[in-house]
Design a protein around this ligand. Structure first.
Ligand SMILES: C[S@@+](CC[C@H](N)C(=O)[O-])C[C@H]1O[C@@H](n2cnc3c(N)ncnc32)[C@H](O)[C@@H]1O
Length: 261
């Protein structure tokens, strides 16, 4: 990360788009400035599927959490949290298993400013927020360990977030997280795959002064799960990962859930 990136990430800027706010605009939320909406619209003009991807990513996140709770996972590390929306990780997990513990991680000051809305979990469970760069994996995991019991399985979630790192760095970062987690832990991951259309979206997104987002070759996503066991149906477009709505829209966003043996 350059010094400029670092400075950008430490301040709330209304003249420069922020990833969390642009994402919120695609999701139809209310937490964005004109500069965010302009970028969201520019990317959507280059790549009309973008808002579908944002909605599909949230829907995949909900289905994956419900599945993980059903197989006994009670701890979640949600890296690259974004702004609070309905069905946040703790709401989904604690609605089924109130004792679930959730730690959110983001480095955007706007997400930190909204973090209180994320910290209203069920009294039986625990919810916390870590303000850190996701690449600083030891800092994140050491902080998370104040809330999560690292002798018990943890699901590490990286939804539509890894693209903020260059592909090679992404694999290494994810593997560092998983190395700190015990057997039975899971990785939940989704990102945009490289096509001529998604490359056009990447280019449109990079037209502002905001940090870029890199779309991925499929192997650059599956490489993150090396050594893990893929949960059925494996690595697929996220609209096909245990779909619940028959009319789910097909998207160029692929994802996986994988278990650490
Ligand atoms: C596209 S949003 C996805 C939000 C959420 N995971 C979802 O799927 O709805 C990406 C999030 O990652 C955060 N982010 C980007 N780079 C980060 C970094 N280096 N460390 C921590 N968070 C980061 C952004 O602030 C933003 O909230």
């Amino acid at each position: 990360m350059s010094a400029d990136d670092d400075e950008f990430r430490r301040s709330i800027r209304s003249d420069v788009p922020h990833s969390a706010r642009v994402w919120n605009a695609w999701l139809g939320g209310k937490d964005h400035y004109p500069v965010d909406r302009e970028l969201a619209e520019a990317v959507s003009a280059a790549y009309p599927q973008m808002a579908d991807i944002a909605r599909a990513s949230r829907a995949f996140q909900i289905r994956a959490i419900r599945h993980l709770v059903s197989v006994g996972v009670r701890q979640f590390l949600d890296v690259g949290t974004g702004l609070p929306v309905a069905n946040s990780t703790h709401e989904v997990a604690q609605s089924i298993a109130p004792e679930s513990r959730v730690v959110y991680v983001d480095n955007d000051p706007i997400v930190l400013a909204h973090a209180e809305a994320l910290l209203t979990g069920a009294p039986e469970g625990r919810t916390d927020y870590v303000d850190a760069d996701l690449s600083a994996t030891d800092v994140v995991v050491d902080e998370a360990a104040k809330t999560l019991d690292l002798s018990e399985p943890v699901a590490v979630l990286l939804l539509s977030t890894l693209g903020h790192l260059v592909p090679a760095e992404g694999i290494e970062v994810v593997q560092r997280y998983l190395a700190r987690m015990p057997s039975g832990s899971h990785l939940v991951l989704c990102d945009t795959v490289k096509t001529p259309q998604t490359l056009a979206a990447q280019e449109a997104y990079a037209s502002g002064d905001n940090p870029p987002y890199f779309v991925r070759e499929p192997a650059e996503i599956t490489g993150c799960a090396e050594g893990l066991e893929l949960v059925e149906p494996g690595f697929v477009p996220i609209d096909r990962w245990r779909p619940e709505e028959e009319d789910a829209v097909p998207v160029d966003q692929w994802g996986l859930v994988a278990r650490k043996p």
